[in-house]
Design a protein around this ligand. Sequence first.
Ligand code: UGA
Length: 436
Amino acid sequence: MKIAMIGTGYVGLVSGVCLADFGHQIVCIDKDEAKLALLRDGKIPIFEPGLDALMAANMAAGRLSFTSDLQQAITGAQAVFIAVGTPSRRGDGHADLSYVFAAVRELAAVLTDHVVIVTKSTVPVGTSRKVADLVKTVNPALDFDVVSNPEFLREGAAIDDFMHPDRIVVGVQTDRAAAVMQAIYRPLTDRGFPMLVANLETAEMVKYAANAFLATKVTFINEMALLCERTDADVNAVANGMGFDQRIGPKFLQAGPGYGGSCFPKDTRALARIGQDYAAPLQIVETVIKVNEEVKRVMIDKIIDLCDGHVRKKTIAVLGLTFKPGTDDMRDAPSLTIVPALVGQGADVRVVDPQGFREAEELLPGVTWYDDAYAAVQGADLVVILTEWDDFRRLDLARLSGSMASPRMADLRNVYDCDDALAAGFTYYTGVGRKS
Ligand code: UGA
């Protein structure tokens, strides 16, 4: 099937590449000529393991191409996916739909034959219906369907998530549209991956509800961690004990410095706004947003405590800046709250991240960049593990402690064991939700 994909950002690119790998003919559309040139050259502008190789293979097989020519891309296409950004709107937390509607307006103006318009971007409940209204206004004679098909891709594991999904969700208004979506995803449903077919609003809601629930799970364990610290309980063991209960499950119970990224913060804010707009306030989601901010502040206090009450003129080595490992994404990363607070209080902050460089240099003024964890901790008063990159999971702790002015560690991802850290020469160690 020929499919056009509008937007070659994270979601559009991963979806386009994976759909091409299913055997579909995919044309990805973007306005950014420099980006298109890069893509045609087989290079990807984001860091996503395995994506460049899969893209190259599908380009070589003639199933995947990139263009800025919308007309050419949609000719003969049975479906057009909209995968443009929906960032948080400044000021009110609502999702900014201007890119979605601009793309739909342009698309509607050039369509002549029946097509299924698929919203892949994360959009508030009711948006797909607005998309349909807009298409009707721009091109009243057009025969078309709209579909909501939210994505559930984790950065760093996006290809695996696309190829082995827990579920595929499609929101439709007609059987005709459902049949097209079933044909698109047949390579997955034939292998037993479930597809939920529902109405437009339900599909849109599933996406927000799932992300908000996961953000709540993380925030719940982060709050439990704060209580564990005061009670002698160990949050890792508590999470294990909870996770054995199949109704709870073990995933997303890793305590840390707060959730971040391009999805949870934006989507929880947008969902909270949707609740307010419909006079059905989501008090749990609103609280999760607040507690997540509070968790980051508690981490700053923890670091200050470990530096005997102040960080002025203290040298602090921060390992990891991205919101999680396996990505170069800095959006809403806890480091963006924690590091500036330390710099602001007079600390000499050194930072290392295997991927965060390109973006983080502008975002974190006043820090010194290092390529290597051992070099960064040399002579430091404190080492902080902020992102659990594999590089920081296998550090030689004795070598680290031996080179520090004052060997102290704030392990905000619970990578190490307190006793091991102390045995390796650290004088103070603190994790999250565990006794130090
Ligand atoms: C998330 C969802 O997991 C995907 O299903 C969804 O498709 C995606 O958002 C999206 O809406 O596009 P992602 O933002 O890539 O994916 O990251 P996650 O792996 O879910 O992690 C989110 C945050 O929670 C990170 O800051 C991570 O460090 C934190 N986290 C996660 C924890 O602190 N503890 C955990 O146990 C799990």
